[in-house]
Design a protein around this ligand. Sequence first.
Ligand code: NAP
Ligand code: F7E
Length: 343
Amino acid sequence: MNKAFITGVTGQDGSYLLEFLLDKGYEVHAIIRRSSVFTSKRIPKKYWNHENFRSYHGDLTDSSNLHALISKIKPDEVYNLAAQSHVGVSFDVPEYTGEVDAIGTIRLLDAIRDTGVNTRFYQASTSELFGGLPGTEPQSETTPFYPKSPYGAAKLYGYWVTINYRESYNMFACNGILFNHESPRRGETFVTKKITKAVAKIFKGEQDNLQLGNIDAKRDWGYAKDYVEMMWLMLQQDKPVDLVVATGKCYTIREFTEIAFKHVGINITWKGEGENEVGVDKKDGRVLVIINPKYYRPAEVELLLGDASKAKNVLGWESKTTLDELVKIMVDYDLEHNDYGFD
Ligand code: NAP
Ligand code: F7E
């Protein structure tokens, strides 16, 4: 039986990856960081209680813990998904973000090197490495990096140490450079989930309006459930290779908002400019979207659009879910549920 070790299993991607690997017959081991509340609500009970799943307390800031677990478990595959993953928050906690996302990655790589365990390593790299410089789109594996946040810069370190350990120690280690991917399990402070949750609440009369920052940034949004399959596929190749994973289509936050409202029968029209712009219900003039500069970032990544042709060639992988389908999945979920919880 193949053994996998996952960091970040309680997150959006980790929870889908856990399901995927258990369904494939893997024995899955994962660290969960100590919290005063339960953090496992994204993981359905069926999988949480699965006979082939074991969880341990652990943290990417604790190398002795990582070392002991890698040495004991001797996994065939390691998926490093744990991170302080919020770009905006990384400006508030830059040092911690570096500690987890940059140094945490080398802690894990070095635990593998030092124990001599023969394992394959997947690093959750990101389109934030590119920084969305005008004229560089579509971004591919050969596009120069220019991170625009402490998060992006920390992830750049993680990207390079993964390559460095591959080249220095002949490790099977690779980077998935994933563009934004979303789902009903997306953290509630990321823009898509914030929008779909607000749309459901506004439709049900439980919330008055939605407050957003920069609605003109463009993102290449895929479906997280499709993307975890690619992480696994990357570790099944003969040779480690770094790959961009994206849909090849991008939309503004403004467009995402319009599509989400349309799904509940509300047509949004925009009035005003800049911080005074509002989104109103075409039918009755209700102000439903407000710009709040609180959500602006010190530096913005304006345009991310991925070119995943290499992933298509190497893995035969292609994004399956359109933005309309993704928005529908998310809004429908939020109309039915007030929280995660998959039982
Ligand atoms: P997420 O939902 O924010 O999940 C992050 C996970 O990391 C959670 O399980 C969290 O645990 C855990 N974590 C945070 N700090 C930790 C620490 N110090 N030690 C151990 N675990 C820690 O993120 P995601 O969207 O699933 O993304 C997964 C990975 O892909 C991240 O590395 C992210 O940076 C990267 N990525 C994401 C996207 C995207 O669009 N989603 C795109 C490219 C790359 P708690 O549950 O306790 O908070
Ligand atoms: O922001 C704008 C914001 O926080 C998207 C992470 O998974 O993907 C994610 O990072 C855009 C930005 O995601 C709000 O300024 C407007 O331009 O949903 P987000 P992100 O920053 O793209 C990458 C690939 C990762 O690797 C990260 O881990 O939306 N925006 N108004 C807003 N963003 C938020 N969060 N909240 C707003 O109210």
